[in-house]
Design a protein around this ligand. Structure first.
Ligand code: AMP
Length: 406
């Protein structure tokens, strides 16, 4: 790395997508951002926004066969803006990796041994890690000399005490198959809990925060003095809150029932619980805006949307109560991600009736729309309630840069 190398490319590889951002860690500026969708299909699409120049988003459609082709297309877009991957100003590439198991508790510079370890975790993250591995391999092939760093979604949760991370099942079976609660969205929970402490003018070590990451996927975490002590997602992202398409907590016997009585296959049950449940399963919509619109329109359809909303809120309240008990003292509740940052009715409903826990929402403050972290609790509230926009790309870039510039 040269003295002038301050840029970090952040890559987030999904099974058929590649999201990226190029940031300059000298001043935190975002130079470019984009997305390749539907990789492997005839109708792949690349949307690239040259943020450094303020130019318009450039979209290209046409078949992009695989992640290697996708990253090459991204590299060409960046090069067209004078930001190519061969630039001496590029310090590193930071990769989002979903599952780091128990061994990866920190961001890690990727070498062959690290890549082998990430591959060994595929059985516990079959839906996510293979795509991340493809992204890493592709980027290493393009710039073998450049440091590449893995930032794990699970890392922030590795501080959970054993009694929170273990399921109450036979220990030998659990250990043989690495079955335990790992948690996800860790990069977001880490970033938001730290930003919440800053909003209160405190050091993270001084505050206990409940973070509610409410996007299409959703998870809650209890963070005590900057360390995660519990989180709602488990072995996979299926556990916990009601999500856009996932059921969240469910009696595991439901799965036996679906197989034995409803005659569904393993894959069908998997698909039902991960893709056809949650809000979409309950009311046919997973977008909270649409659900609120249907509630406001009323009638029978509105009642169906209302029931989905109520189930979503009821689960949130249960986690707020549980994590209050886990933490003992709660200084702040922070809402983040698509729903948490934008849906004022969700925030108001989740905290309604929780005054005994010291939690409340000020109606006027809650109605304010902003991209900035802000408080929405009434003046003098025992528990500060905050809206803190998450920024996983910035967090990945910061962790990556801290590691390679140390
Ligand atoms: P994320 O996964 O964090 O990108 O969040 C996506 C979800 O955020 C969408 O499915 C919507 O349900 C929700 N969302 C986004 N914008 C709004 C909004 N203005 N009001 C309510 N919900 C929103």
């Amino acid at each position: 790395m040269t003295a002038t190398a301050t840029r970090v490319l952040v890559l987030n590889s999904g099974s058929s997508s590649l999201k990226y951002q190029l940031l300059d860690m000298h001043d935190g500026a975002r130079l470019a951002a984009g997305l390749v969708e539907r990789i492997g299909e005839e109708t792949s699409r690349l949307a690239h926004t040259p943020l450094a120049t303020g130019g318009d988003t450039r979209e290209t459609e046409g078949p992009i066969a695989d992640h290697t082709t996708a990253l090459k297309a991204v590299a060409a877009e960046l090069a067209a803006d004078g930001l190519g991957l061969d630039s001496p100003q590029l310090a590193a590439i930071g990769h989002r990796v979903v599952h780091g198991g128990l061994q990866f508790t920190e961001p890690t510079v990727i070498d062959d041994a690290v890549l082998t370890e990430i591959e060994r975790l595929v059985p516990v993250a079959p839906l996510h890690n293979p795509a991340n591995i493809t992204g890493i391999r592709t980027a290493r092939a393009l710039r073998p000399d450049l440091p590449q760093v893995a930032v794990f979604d699970t890392a922030f949760h590795t501080t959970m005490p054993e009694y929170a991370a273990r399921y109450a099942i036979d220990v030998a079976t659990a250990d043989a198959h690495r079955i335990r609660r790992y948690g996800f969205h860790g990069t977001s929970h880490a970033y938001v809990s730290r930003r919440t402490a800053a909003l209160l003018g405190k050091d993270p070590s001084e505050v206990n925060v409940i973070v509610l990451h409410l996007g299409n996927g959703a998870s809650a975490s209890a963070v005590a003095g900057g360390r995660c002590v519990d989180t709602s997602m488990g072995l996979t992202p299926l556990e916990g809150l009601v999500m856009g398409t996932r059921s969240g907590d469910i009696d595991p016997a439901v799965t036996f029932h679906l197989k034995r009585v409803a005659g569904m296959s393993e894959d069908e049950v998997d698909e039902l619980l991960n893709k056809k449940s949650g809000l979409i399963g309950l009311c046919g919509d997973n977008d909270m805006r649409e659900i609120r619109r249907r509630i406001d329109a009323g009638g029978e359809d509105g009642a169906r949307a209302q029931l989905a909303f109520d189930i979503y809120i009821h689960r949130l309240k249960k986690y707020l109560g549980a994590y209050t008990a886990v933490l003992g003292r709660v200084d702040a509740v922070a809402f983040t991600a698509g729903v948490g940052e934008n849906a004022a009715p969700v925030r108001a409903a989740a905290l309604a009736g929780l005054e005994q826990l010291g939690m409340a929402v000020d109606e006027d403050r809650n109605a304010v729309r902003s991209d900035e972290p802000r408080l929405i609790s009434p003046e003098g509230s025992r528990v500060a309630v905050a809206v803190v926009p998450t920024d996983e790309e910035l967090e990945i870039a910061q962790q990556t840069y801290a590691l390679v510039s140390a």
